[in-house]
Design a protein around this ligand. Sequence first.
Ligand code: UDP
Length: 328
Amino acid sequence: MAVLVTGGAGYIGSHTVADLLNHGEEVVVIDNLQQGHRQAVLDCPLYEIDIRDTDAVAEIVRRHDVESVVHFAAHSLVGESVKQPLKYYANNVGATERLLSTLVESGVNQIVFSSTAATYGEPMRVPIDEEHPTAPTNPYGETKLAIERMLRWCHAAYGLKSVSLRYFNAAGAHPDLPIGEDHDPETHLIPLVIQAALGVRENIAIFGTDYPTPDGTCIRDYIDVMDLAAAHRLALSRLRSGGAVEVFNLGIGKGFSVKEVIAAVERVAGARPQVVEASRRAGDPAILVAASGKAQSALGWNPLHDDLEGIIASAFAWHQHHPGGYRE
Ligand code: UDP
């Protein structure tokens, strides 16, 4: 019996694959490698196919006796989603519809879905729990929410069980294996600040210094990618022992400002990145912090990394040893 991981060559996907293998699971990855990296998949089969390829996916499910799926494959850039919404509807909603049809026809009835805090939109209160209203402010969050709802209807109609995991800000890298974060283009704060500290990038721009926060910069909840990976494994266990349709937040419940992140990188790197102040980025809420008590009590999830410097240290090691990411 195998776990099929879609998008397993991407950032969070590859770390989840490593964690599943480390816990004795049989894993098989499909990834179209548009954004993923072949080198990020270690020690398990990787099929370079698209999740829309119904026949190929059905054949892999049969060949590997797939029992459950962890579904990461998606486009995930907020800014791009605003400029090209149809790309996001096609690749996220449309492609997931194809995948789910294949799974239902193949008799696979357990799926863990990679969702996002972007489903909440501008928060009405923080920390954000799962009861908080969902009102996405961009097509990326909208398409992820549409998939969560599709999963709910698929449970009612076909008995497809699911866990949707709404991540806050993923960061960090595997402590032992040569895998880490490598997006093209890179848009995330922690890798950009590290690259600026390493001199790979000229500077880091702070997007807005006039937010209603103590130092005027945005506050986010940074969660270590290995803790995210563990949550996917625990979600699979939950589906195996029952489950129905559930949604969980994943964050550490602590927020750090952009300026605090820059200061923490400086301490870890022992080098000061050049900082420039820029205007706000459209659609950025001032504060996003998770309430993750539900995941902790229902899944038995215990995030091990709750200090920012520790999370940054693993990311720093990855960037220091792989300044060009996987392109070396
Ligand atoms: N940010 C920034 N400069 C950058 C990239 C990001 O100031 O070059 C800020 C961004 O405005 C947000 C925070 O850093 O407040 C985290 O952004 P990121 O893109 O990493 O994650 P997001 O919160 O969008 O998921």
